[in-house]
Design a protein around this ligand. Structure first.
Ligand SMILES: [Zn+2]
Length: 648
């Protein structure tokens, strides 16, 4: 089956009560702020040195390399985010900034196409010598993604040509042939990028190179990762990761044999995304089958309710099934971005709404919780339960922060959020030759060019706070076409009504509702409700961290308790399993937020004076609780937070 296509971002306009502020924040604050950080002009943020590294590599400045081995990828992700924004609306100042750095790339690039400032400046003889930790192919991947996006947005070819030379260099260095290096990278990313480049240039070598890296992984004897360490002059870039196993670099088994998501969560999900891309492009059913199995394992056994993954900080990795701790989990923001990337690819290939449900869950919860509502502070780790004093005193929890930071030494997450939000339109609509798919309920308009002419779609809703969805269709050319819209796995859409009140005949298939193919006319419309009753969710009995607890969800949004609304010791709050949850919208709170309140109980602390333990005999006091969307937590100062609430 042919996969669905995405619209160009300039064909999409988002005008949505929930999302607008985030998109505006990225455009107006985050992107300019990140540019200042990348240029080391923000005095109270961690230094980046990213642009300066390129200036040194280009020979226009002198100095030492500074930063992580993969520092170059920060500016690449920034360019990618800027490009999605430019695709919607050109901006001469932003383009000037990008063009200035592209000029530096060109100067820094070596004659064979190689480009990585760490090795160019710090260790010119060491290039390609440490594939496990060197991150050159990872950085190259982000450069390619950035160039592809910038080319699509502006039509300017300079950056695209630079990354084609880089990709050609990679194709010259790696491969099965005699005399080439037989290795693959410790951090996947190049694979999905090469597929993107293949789709633009139609150059088959890029697709073959991506497939080569996938095929080799976990399948090599003798293993390149072992062999490279025997070389004279080899040194570890990351001593602290030496104890981690082969699963951390996705080399523990051949990709087609993987059945359980394992190892570093971001690496795993970038790899699975590439497996989906290559599987589709090269019609390799064995790769797609592995993707399906891995997706099922993640969402049924290893995903937090907030759409995050990565249970352990050491290795930033998946652990075993049902191991989902709430206060020392990792749940990196990037991993949720990657989960959305992988799930969306699978949706486009399989047209199954179950994949989109996960995209939605990741976006509405962890991707957004990664940034503050002022757009300049970021979480890397996204816990589901926080007691600030514990974090300050217990070193085992040191990876969990009490508040978002301005910029992080390892700054993968902020630009990853930026590129996801500026590219949000990509997720909202898809289409094939005769059907337009509405995947996310976000207000706005889209123009879809089908084979026979253009169709305009607009969506009106106040989702995820109100149930009504209205879709207008303007079909001037009278092209017979169907609309398909997602029926989330957690909801049942009752009736779909046309503009004249007629109940439409629809077909349900794999989580989507399809209208009949019809001409719609100039002003067609359909409307329906998505039930958004708040629900108390519980976890599988094997998730020991959540036994006897419930989490509040309304639609795709997970709610949490914060100390500022509920007092401290949120762990002492005990909810009735039958509690009546009351929904409100508070326009004053956090710039407008959904609120869920209910009557509840709190374990009494009377009769506990001077005691730590006593015989069982619970005493409760009545109280009221107030929950807000998890994605908005920690925007009113430091305090306790909790998603999973004890129940009785
Ligand atoms: Zn990250």
């Amino acid at each position: 089956m042919k996969k669905l296509e995405s619209l160009d971002l300039n064909q999409i306009k988002v005008e949505d009560n929930f999302w607008d502020r985030y998109i505006r924040l990225v455009r107006e604050k985050m992107l300019p702020y990140q540019w200042e950080v990348l240029n080391d002009r923000v005095s109270d943020a961690a230094p980046s040195h990213c642009v300066e590294n390129f200036r040194i590599a280009a020979g226009v400045s002198e100095g030492e390399y500074y930063g992580q081995v993969f520092q170059d990828s920060d500016v690449a992700k920034w360019i990618e985010a800027v490009s999605y924004s430019l695709e919607k609306e050109r901006d001469p100042q932003l383009e000037e900034e990008v063009d200035s750095i592209v000029d530096l790339f060109e100067k820094a690039q070596k004659s064979d196409g190689y480009m990585d400032t760490y090795f160019i400046i710090k260790d010119p003889d060491g290039k390609w010598s440490n594939l496990r930790e060197g991150h050159e192919l990872y950085v190259a991947g982000h450069m390619i993604e950035a160039a592809a996006a910038y080319y699509r947005a502006t039509g300017k070819e300079k950056f695209l040509k630079i990354v084609c030379r880089l990709a050609d260099c990679i194709c010259d260095v790696f491969g099965e042939e005699e005399g080439k290096m037989h290795g693959c990278p410790g951090h996947p990313e190049i694979e999905l990028a090469l597929v993107k480049l293949y789709r633009i240039t139609q150059k088959k070598e890029y697709l073959q190179m991506a497939k080569y890296f996938l095929d080799l992984r976990g399948n090599q004897h003798p293993d390149h990762f072992v062999e490279e360490q025997k070389r004279e002059g080899f040194y570890h870039i990351f001593q602290e990761f030496e104890h981690l196993g082969y699963n951390n670099i996705q080399a523990h088994m051949p990709v087609r044999q993987q059945k359980k998501a394992d190892g570093h969560a971001v690496r795993a999900l970038y790899l699975y995304s590439a497996m989906a891309d290559v599987g589709y492009e090269s019609k390799d059913e064995t790769l797609l089958k592995a993707c399906r199995t891995l997706f099922q394992n993640i969402v049924k056994k290893q995903m937090f309710i907030t759409g995050s993954v990565g249970s352990a900080a050491d290795g930033e990795c998946f652990t075993c099934d049902y191991d989902l701790p709430n206060n020392y989990n990792y749940s990196e923001t990037c991993a949720s971005v990657a989960l959305a990337m992988f799930s969306y690819r699978m949706f486009q290939i399989e047209q199954d709404g179950a994949y989109m449900d996960i995209v939605e869950r990741a976006l509405y919860n962890t991707v957004l919780s990664g940034m503050s509502l002022n757009g300049t502070e970021f979480f890397y780790v996204n816990p589901l339960e926080v007691i600030p004093e514990q974090l300050r005193t217990n070193r085992t929890l040191r990876h969990v922060l009490t508040h978002r930071r301005k910029w992080l030494g390892v700054a993968c997450c902020p630009p990853n959020i930026a590129r996801t939000l500026t590219g949000l339109g990509n997720y909202i609509y898809s289409y094939n030759e005769d059907t337009v798919f509405i995947n996310l309920y976000i207000s706005g308009q889209a123009a879809v060019t089908l084979a026979e002419g253009e169709i305009k779609i607009s969506v009106e809703t106040n989702y995820p706070y109100e149930e009504k969805i209205r879709i207008y269709v303007e079909n001037i050319n009278d092209i017979p076409m169907a609309i398909a819209f997602r029926e989330p796995g957690w909801a049942k859409i009752d009736t779909v009504v046309s503009d004249d009140g007629e109940i439409l005949r629809v077909r349900r298939e794999k989580g989507y509702i399809y209208t009949e193919k019809r001409k719609w006319g100039k002003e067609g419309s359909i409307s329906f409700d998505i039930p958004l009753k708040p629900v108390l969710m519980c976890a599988h009995p094997r998730v020991v961290s959540d036994v006897g607890k419930a989490a509040i969800m309304r639609g795709p949004v997970v709610y949490c308790l914060e100390e500022i609304d509920n007092g401290d010791n949120l762990g002492g709050i005990v909810l009735d399993a039958e509690a009546r949850l009351k929904v409100e919208y508070d326009p004053e709170l956090l710039g407008g937020a959904g609120v869920i309140t209910t009557e509840s109980y709190r374990l009494s602390e009377q009769e506990w004076s001077g005691k730590l333990y006593q015989p069982v005999g619970k005493k409760y006091e009545e109280c009221k609780i107030k929950a807000i969307p998890y994605c908005m937590w920690n925007n009113r100062g430091e305090g306790e937070m909790r998603v999973w609430i004890h129940t009785r």
